[in-house]
Write a protein that binds this ligand. Structure first.
Ligand SMILES: CC(C)(COP(=O)(O)OP(=O)(O)OC[C@H]1O[C@@H](n2cnc3c(N)ncnc32)[C@H](O)[C@@H]1OP(=O)(O)O)[C@@H](O)C(=O)NCCC(=O)NCCS
Length: 213
């Protein structure tokens, strides 16, 4: 596919902290971006994924949606990224579990919780953990992903961190290419048997970027 480059137009892509009004669009982008994993976790109830993600993100509104950023083009939300420090609390765990059970029933909710718990999102005290990097399907290959990661570098510097880390499935060659191009290198590859079985993604790659002074 030919690359059209919004990134070459100064100011065309703006990355900013997410607000409550962005959450529906952000949920749609996340579900489109991680469709396979939502299908595996929610099974036949995958049609509820956008609602569940939007409700879960909404839990963080009273705290100001810490760590969630969106990219916008012509005032439309077209991409998402989440950034977390080791000491930041996870989203309100009990309440998000309640949403899963409410939407998927007890068994479906427990199954989804178990699936998500298989993803190790730990990071070191000098690192920022990057997740939820997703761009709306019609807006891909125009530099939005690159702009989101450049913003992550800025946030990491402002937080006084030395590096950024993330996990990507080995099959996601597109994302791995984006991360390499943005300065990330492979730190390790891990085989996760349960994730392979339940999420159909058995090999995970930890990538890391060291920020230069
Ligand atoms: C991965 C993703 C975020 C990339 O976003 P994007 O806005 O399209 O990325 P960019 O336009 O900034 O592309 C930057 C580089 O990534 C690589 N890349 C992006 N899309 C690609 C594609 N379809 N084919 C090959 N390489 C691609 C290229 O190296 C590209 O640079 P180039 O265009 O100069 O060759 C997007 O494809 C997406 O949302 N995918 C689904 C969700 C996902 O997998 N997220 C990552 C989870 S870890």
């Amino acid at each position: 596919m030919m690359r059209t480059d919004l990134a070459r137009e100064p100011g065309a892509i703006r990355v900013r902290p997410a607000r409550e009004g962005d959450l529906e669009a952000a949920a749609a982008i996340l579900v489109a971006g991680f469709r396979g994993q939502f299908e595996a976790a929610f099974a036949e109830r995958v049609d509820r994924a956008e609602r569940i993600v939007a409700r879960t993100l909404t839990l963080e509104v009273p705290r100001g949606l810490p760590g969630l950023y969106v990219a916008e083009v012509e005032r439309r939300v077209v991409g998402t990224i989440a950034l977390r420090r080791q000491t930041d609390p996870y989203a309100s765990d009990w309440e998000s579990s309640g949403i899963l059970v409410d939407e998927l029933g007890l068994w479906g909710g427990l199954r989804a919780m178990f699936c998500f718990s298989l993803l190790d999102q730990s990071c070191g005290h000098d690192e920022v953990y990057v997740s939820d990097v997703a761009v709306a399907p019609t807006m891909r290959r125009q530099g939005v992903g690159t702009a989101l990661l450049a913003h992550a570098d800025q946030v990491a510097r402002a937080w006084g961190k030395a590096a950024l880390a993330l996990d990507v499935t080995a099959r996601n060659e597109t994302a791995i290419r984006l991360y390499r191009q943005s300065g990330y290198v492979v730190q390790r590859r891990r085989r996760l048997l349960l994730a392979g079985w339940l999420l159909h993604e058995g090999t995970w790659v930890r990538m890391r970027k060291t920020l230069t002074a």
